[in-house]
Design a protein around this ligand. Sequence first.
Ligand SMILES: Cc1cc2nc3c(=O)[nH]c(=O)nc-3n(C[C@H](O)[C@H](O)[C@H](O)COP(=O)(O)OP(=O)(O)OC[C@H]3O[C@@H](n4cnc5c(N)ncnc54)[C@H](O)[C@@H]3O)c2cc1C
Length: 444
Amino acid sequence: MREDLGVLAWGRAHRGRHVVADPAVRADAGPAARETAKAGGSTLAHGLGRSYGDSGLNLGGGLVRMAGLDRLIAFDRETGLLRADAGISLDALLKVTVPAGWFLPVTPGTKFVTLGGALANDVHGKNHHLAGSFGRHVTRFGLWRSDRGEAGAEIECSPGENANLFALTIGGLGLTGIVTWIEFRLERIPSSHLYVENIPVDGLDAFFDLAERSLDWPFTVAWVDTLARGDRLGRGIFSRASWAEGGGFTAHSGGGPRMPIDAPGGLLNSVTVGAFNRLYRARPGARFQGRQHYDPFFYPLDRLRDWNRMYGPRGFYQWQCAVPVDSMREATRTLLDTVAASGDASFLAVLKTFGDVPSPGILSFPMPGATLALDFANRGQETLSLLARLDRVVAEVGGRLYPAKDGRLPQAMFRAGFPRWSDLEAVRDPILMSSFWRRMTEEA
Ligand SMILES: Cc1cc2nc3c(=O)[nH]c(=O)nc-3n(C[C@H](O)[C@H](O)[C@H](O)COP(=O)(O)OP(=O)(O)OC[C@H]3O[C@@H](n4cnc5c(N)ncnc54)[C@H](O)[C@@H]3O)c2cc1C
């Protein structure tokens, strides 16, 4: 156990002191939680720190870094059922499963997350409209709770055993206990390549129409140029893909270059983003049909390690909403209008429609409709007031924001978006806490 003064969230706008432990085997995770909670007042499991805001931090308290728990426990190559330590990364798993012809049933836009982190945020991917979120593919997991027995103990959770904890741990923000191992079902793939179509769209209606016509494509997503206004509002590039036959099963290889330093003053502002957007739309790949390896398709940002340092020393805010299906066109238009009018620019603006496949997770983020993810360099009050304007649009249509991406979501908005938040508080492990949860539950 040691003190770490500078644990950072991925957005780098939140950082601070923690008492940290790094257990290396599953049996040590519980004791590490107890020790760090004793030293820090409370504690929290930590994966690979890819959550952008404060939901993965416990500022001033304890943190149990789970990435040392990285063993594959069982992998049935006939059925695709896999069991592994909760700290194993998707990156490490894919190197084993892809050569055997299996892929993750759901993957977020980076492979540098742990299984435990994927479960705690019930992550979604480009196939949400058909496959639902990650938790839907989980069959059972081990959960260490401090209030079982004298020194805490591990219990098994599945839809048939400890069902309430199963449902509240999926999307439960790491607060129901320390997840030690996870079992889930992989998806069989015909090769490690996809057939991809990138199609430029000239506005928001074109995006939604194409999304509707592409519902039988397993993977869909769009990049949006947030600087476009008027008739061009929502212009961007729509991508759809399905697994391709033939060509073998090659896993991705090692990482790309790293962003070596915090970009002084930040590289990303409306001028540089504008230039990037023009180049991005004009590049040959903007209109493309053909085969692509899964790595650049699912994980384009993994190519520049530590890309989050591009925003400079003050970091950035991510903001991701889900809005219901009956108001998604209008709400998305108002959101993009608000961003365009602000003069600020989002470097990575991603728009996708969510499907109606339910999650077993009670606090899962996706809802049938659309999701828009934006990020803005942290310019203090100016950025916060833009985000507050975006919040109001989402609140008015009964949408919600994604805690994994958040660093300043107002309490009232969280509670309205996740009305069953108090069910989670009722089963929260008494020694677990996060900075996010403190904000969401503290009495004003
Ligand atoms: C480039 C990029 C793209 C992304 N794309 C997507 C996307 O497409 N879809 C999506 O849904 N998300 C996406 N995310 C968000 C990311 O998937 C989540 O934030 C994920 O939870 C991060 O996992 P982690 O292992 O880094 O966990 P951390 O960020 O360290 O922690 C996340 C949460 O998991 C809990 N936790 C971690 N391990 C355990 C454990 N063993 N037991 C109990 N709780 C635990 C923590 O307490 C915390 O609440 C993206 C993030 C990045 C940086």
